[in-house]
Every structure is written in C-alpha cells, then in structure tokens.
Design a protein around this ligand. Structure first.
Ligand code: SAH
Length: 372
C-alpha cells in the first residue's frame, strides 16, 4: 500500500507496532502520511482508552487512513501465557517475550486503589543480594510496547484501568531509560491512562545520573531501594552502591523533589533478619535522611529458595518503625501480597533463561547475612 518514498515501508516490511509509539510518535507517523496530528491523537485514543486493535472499528478515522494503517501497522498486545489469581485478589500474569523468556506483571487490589506492578527488563543486571530476579541475570531491555503493553493488557482484562502504576516488577527501570520515560508519557496522557504524577511510581536501586535525567523530563513519584544506612552494608546488599554511594544518591534524590513541599522520596527498606534491622541501623537511617523529605517503607523480606536471608520478626520490624516515627520520619510497613503465587516483592523470576549460575558470592553474602 505504501507509496515509495513516504515512509520507506512496503508490505514486505514488518508492520509498525503502534504500542511502540507515544502519542507524539503516532501523530508524526500520520502527519508523514499527510494527515493532521489530531487524527493521530484519535488513533492513540482508540488504542489506549478503548483498547481496540482492529483499525476497521476506529470509526472516526477516514477509510483511506484505516486502510493505510491496516497495511503498515499493527497493535500487538503482549502474549500472556499464564494468569495466576491469589486468594487475596492479587493477580499475576506471565508474558512470553520471545526466546523462551517471560516477564511478570502483578495486579494488587486494595480498598480505593488498583495498583499495577510492571516489569521494565527481562531479568536484571544489578545483582541485589536478596532479590530473586537478580539470580536470573540480565537478558535484555523491554521495548516500549512490552512495558506499556502490560498496562494495556491489564486494563482490557480487568475492564478498568489501574489507579496506580508502580515500576516495581522485574528489572531496573532507570537502566531502560528511554522506554520507561515513554511509558510514563503514555500513563500520564489524557488520551490514554490519565494518571497523575502522584499515581505513577518509579522504583530504582539508585542509578544516580539517571535520577537527575528523570527529573528533567518527569516528575513522577520516586521510590529508592535503600535497604542499608551505610555504604559498608549497602555495598553488600545493593552492589550498585559501589558505583553510586550514599553521599551521591541521597542528594540526587533530594534534588529530584525540587523543593516541592508536597513531595517526598519513598525509601524502600527490606527488613533482613540480623542484617539491617537493628535499632543501631534505625538511628543511622534517621541521620542519613535528615533534611530530605522522606517516607520510609519497610518491606518484610519475601524469602525464596536459596536466598540465604531470613525475614525479620514482626516485633523487630515494628520496633524499627517506632524508632523512625519517634524521630519524626514517616514510616510504614508494606503488607505482603500475593505470597501464594510468588507475586510478592522481589519474588518475580519469570522463566528467564539463566545466564549464569547462582553466584557463590551471593551464597556467601547470604551466610554472612544470617549472622546477627
Ligand atoms: N529495580 C528496582 C525495582 C525492584 S523491585 C529497584 O531496585 O527499586 C521493588 C522492590 O522490591 C525493591 O525495593 C527491591 O529491592 C525489593 N525487593 C527485592 N527482593 C525482595 C525480597 N526478596 N523481599 C522483599 N523485597 C524485595
């Protein structure tokens, strides 16, 4: 269908997956064909607001445009191969992303909220000591279509869009910067998911230069996987700390808030028995976060086979939390959801092809971790 020269595409080319384009991308695609940007906006809306994949059903697009779309484009939703519902209402979806690789998406219903936890990479390269995804190694970044497709799919499947989206699934979102920022654009777009900046949360292990880059293009909520109040301990638990230590990380996070008093950083802190859960660490944490608008989210460690770590007893988690509260910090304990289906934090492993055996180092760290 395409005339030579205009898009450079012929019928023999692979179709463009429109889930791979932001609104601006779709607008410029149709503009290149001589249409107005609003035609692209309508198309974008049909895809994300109404969940259509069939161009023929997009009734406010002209027939020639629909034909052109049918000849050159596609809307290819993710291939979900398994849906696992848990008794608490949590649902986990496994999606095939080629090469036998799978990623996971988790839906977490709460009163007044429908949170979707999405993945940004196949596996993860960061090797955090207590994380199941880390044991799988890193395969590749997900494409925009594969990230936003998780939201597209969940919305269709549930019949309602999520109220909150968190980048807390597999992978390090700031290591897949462009695709993650494009996903955020679509999540925030009024012609798509219409989520406010308070309802999109990006969780990072602390890729400091990309925290600054994110601050330039976005203002979504930032959660940071802190897990330790000192470099010595964080170097072991979150090895990216060796590259971007606390004295770089904390100021970068504070700068991200740009002095907006309504915003604060959420610090995620996984409670590991005898490793980072003592009152001494609580005091160090208080000192570390002084002057940074903060909320500390204590996460009970979700064990998995061979992790080498144990969950802190609930009394110790509560004592830690009380210590933080007394200092004036906001501190909450995350409720574990979807345990029965291994959908809880840090348990997402998909069936990523193992690139390397479990590290001897991880086991060694685990053994150290068991010492009080
Ligand atoms: N790469 C991003 C997203 C990771 S998942 C990041 O590091 O922030 C979201 C949170 O779950 C992170 O804080 C991560 O450290 C935490 N987590 C990982 N494994 C866990 C486990 N086994 N139990 C509890 N939380 C875990």
């Amino acid at each position: 269908m395409s005339a030579p020269g205009d898009t450079g595409r012929g019928p023999a080319d692979a179709p463009i997956d429109l889930l791979d384009l932001t609104r601006a991308g779709i607008e410029s695609l149709v503009q290149g064909w001589g249409y107005k940007p609003f035609h692209g906006r309508n198309l974008f809306k049909w895809i994300h607001k109404h969940g259509l994949t069939d161009f023929e059903a997009m009734t406010d697009l002209s027939k020639p445009l629909r034909q052109r779309l049918a000849a050159t484009c596609t809307v290819a939703p993710p291939r979900v191969v398994l849906e696992q519902p848990a008794p608490d209402g949590t649902i986990k979806w496994l999606t095939e992303v080629g090469d036998g690789q799978r990623i996971e998406t988790v839906f977490i219903p709460e009163t007044g909220r429908r949170t979707l936890c999405i993945s940004s990479q196949v596996g993860c390269a960061l090797d955090c000591a207590f994380c199941a995804t880390a044991r799988q190694g890193f395969a590749r970044n997900l494409r925009l279509a594969e990230i936003v497709g998780q939201v597209w799919y969940a919305t269709r499947r549930l019949g309602v869009a999520p109220s909150n989206v968190v980048f807390m699934g597999m992978g390090e979102p700031l290591a897949n910067f462009e695709a993650v920022v494009a996903t955020i654009d679509i999540l925030r777009d009024d012609y798509a998911y219409m989520l406010s900046k308070y309802r999109v949360t990006l969780s990072t292990s602390g890729i400091v230069p990309n925290i600054a880059r994110l601050g330039i293009v976005s203002d979504v909520a930032l959660a940071v996987s802190l897990h330790a109040p000192t470099n010595a301990l964080r170097d072991e638990l979150v090895p990216i700390n060796r590259k971007y230590p606390l004295e770089a990380l904390v100021p970068a996070c504070k700068a991200y808030l740009r002095g907006d008093r309504r915003r604060r950083i959420t610090w995620e802190y996984v409670m590991l028995d005898g490793v980072n859960d003592g009152l001494g660490e609580a005091k160090q944490l208080i000192r570390l976060l002084e002057g940074t608008p903060s909320k500390v989210n204590l996460i009970p460690f979700n064990p998995f086979p061979g992790s080498g770590f144990a969950t802190s007893p609930p009394e110790r988690v509560e004592a830690f939390r009380q210590r933080l509260l007394r200092s004036g910090l906001v501190a909450t304990t995350r409720k574990t959801r979807g345990e029965e289906i291994a959908a809880a934090c840090g348990q997402l492993v998909g069936l990523v092809q193992r690139r390397r055996p479990p590290l001897a180092g991880a086991a060694a760290r685990g053994a150290e971790g068991a010492r009080p």
